[in-house]
Design a protein around this ligand. Sequence first.
Ligand code: TYM
Length: 332
Amino acid sequence: MEEKILYSAIQPSGNLTIGNYIGSIRNWIGLQSKFTCFFAMANMHAITVRQDPAQLRRRTLELAALYIACGIDPEQCTLYVQSQVPQHAELCWVLNSLTYVGEMERMTQFKDKSAKHAENINMGLMDYPVLMAADILLYQAELVPVGQDQTQHVEIARDIAIRFNNRYGETFRVPEAFIVKQGAKIMSLQEPSKKMSKSETENPNASVYLTDDRDTIIRKFKRAVTDSGSEIRFSEDKPGISNLLTIYSAYRGVSVGDAEREFEGKGYGEFKLAVGETVADALAPVQAEQKRILADKAYLSGILAAGAERAFKAARKTLSKVYRKVGFYQGD
Ligand code: TYM
């Protein structure tokens, strides 16, 4: 049977939110036994906006510990730090020559980040989707579980793979995004028309971070913006309540319909408290486990060293094929 490969990554660029968990990590857990999985700390992506070096290094380890604390099995999956596998940058360079500037200028995230960091619209920011394509294609991944905001990037990775295969012959497997039906876009608790984001700095009540303590979590949910009316029902004209229902059902492992029935006839206040308590109860053991793993430096660095080695071997195989196809001399 041909190996089925799954690839995903997260940038260690801020405090992870429950959106990152619900939209991505949560879905990896159930897939890890069915696929050969590669999960990266995308630190090369992170530097496309300014990062404090010490903080970036620390966050990279925190993210690795978080993956494991959330239930990613490092024995079963390859967990590694992107910058430890040089083939990412090398393949990115080759793919750059098959990617058009116009395509990159049209990327939604590039436009958003350019507006947000107008003083720092660097080449890396624009090239970001090509690096992401290199990540995915290096491992011949067929499935890429991500939140909704990354679908455009997976689409361009597909386009680049097809373009390369057409020009040089079958080389890359063409990947597909895997987006969950519920929870692929968790919204801000303060502005339910906006995505919850780990880079949100203006309003700390908008995002619930995976590191928040119980009181903070409950307070943020209590203050969550809700809609007019009093019914707890999932609907387009109730973006605040719908978002809370999505979060609640994700953490309780129930359907949104079941959650609606549970709160039938109850008020917003009671519902918001229940969501806060549910999330706080779920996060406490993950936080404790993350702390324990982080304290065990030898264990964590062992996992990352083994991961980098496994990733390196897989990446080298694809890159060598690519270099042969494009006509790069690789010695006799
Ligand atoms: P990043 O670090 O911004 O986000 C990590 C994952 O979390 C998802 N996500 C959300 N899901 C639901 N609701 C939200 N509010 C929410 N916010 C974020 C993202 O969609 C993502 O799946 N470019 C990627 C990292 C990356 C990558 C890759 C992903 C680099 N190389 C290769 C897949 C394959 C990013 O910035 O994700």
